[in-house]
Design a protein around this ligand. Sequence first.
Ligand SMILES: [Zn+2]
Ligand SMILES: [Zn+2]
Length: 367
Amino acid sequence: MAPSGPGSSARRRCRRVLYWIPVVFITLLLCWSYYAYAIQLCIVSMENTGEQVVCLMAYHLLFGMFVWSYWKTIFTLPMNPSKEFHLSYAEKELLEREPRGEAHQEVLRRAAKDLPIYTRTMSGAIRYCDRCQLIKPDRCHHCSVCDKCILKMDHHCPWVNNCVGFSNYKFFLLFLAYSLLYCLFIAATDLQYFIKFWTNGLPDTQAKFHIMFLFFAAAMFSVSLSSLFGYHCWLVSKNKSTLEAFRSPVFRHGTDKNGFSLGFSKNMRQVFGDEKKYWLLPIFSSLGDGCSFPTCLVNQDPEQPSTPAGLSSTAKNSENHQFPAKPLRESQSHLLTDSQSWTESSTNPGKCKAGMSNPALTMENET
Ligand SMILES: [Zn+2]
Ligand SMILES: [Zn+2]
């Protein structure tokens, strides 16, 4: 049990304030870079008016996009599992009474039977968060810093003092992209003045030191940001979160590192959405609800419905049919409605629509 009282709450408050230090550092660095580039380099040091205007316009565009995406990554609240994933009062009581083990799992299995969850713990158990008292949706993890379960959690980022997850992953990617472009642009346009600094071609004013440090800072951040951005581009192309890259998701049939991958184009669309006009803007356009994700493996799990929550209420009227455990290449998710599903190739499509989509009920009727 965590200690509680005035002392511990003061410590928590103090910790919360300290968490803002990296954000304050980046903000101050950004303010200084603005002063060094726009004022000291462009206005004071550039002699060509045309170069001045072009550099200032391009710089302000990148600066604006950088600040906008950074702001959105910091202040977009991470999404938590919806109430369907929380246990009812009766279920919580039952869970407290049951000792850990099979009986405990049985309570969770019953509570999870209509939920669109396909992943399990390493031991094959239903993923349950003791702290939040809920059944974790696929790709959801508990963040110890935020002390909450975060949908499609990627990682907790100290540089934005926020969890990067379903609600702000696109913003985080754009923040990386625009900050990288910002640094590359500064380094490229500052290079000739940086060379002049070392060849004594600059007038002896304070501007020359800003120009030198600006180039160093921009070049250094360009290197670190390009590796981080490159890594996240690879993650998006494979439809993985950072946590999943370190530990592959476990499905009922076992671990599958590409369990959520649907191919490059669809993986990209899951993060950036269908409308191209929003791709480069920090406006939320990711597909889905964050609680359920299409996977090519869903029908290999006989205990769970093959359709995400809210898709097929007719599944509840299922008859006791056994259906072939034919793997889907893509699930019948509302995320990707154009995807092919094996219901179409079934010999009895009508019945399949009502019955096959919930093998969990089949299992239940058998017991
Ligand atoms: Zn939790
Ligand atoms: Zn967090």
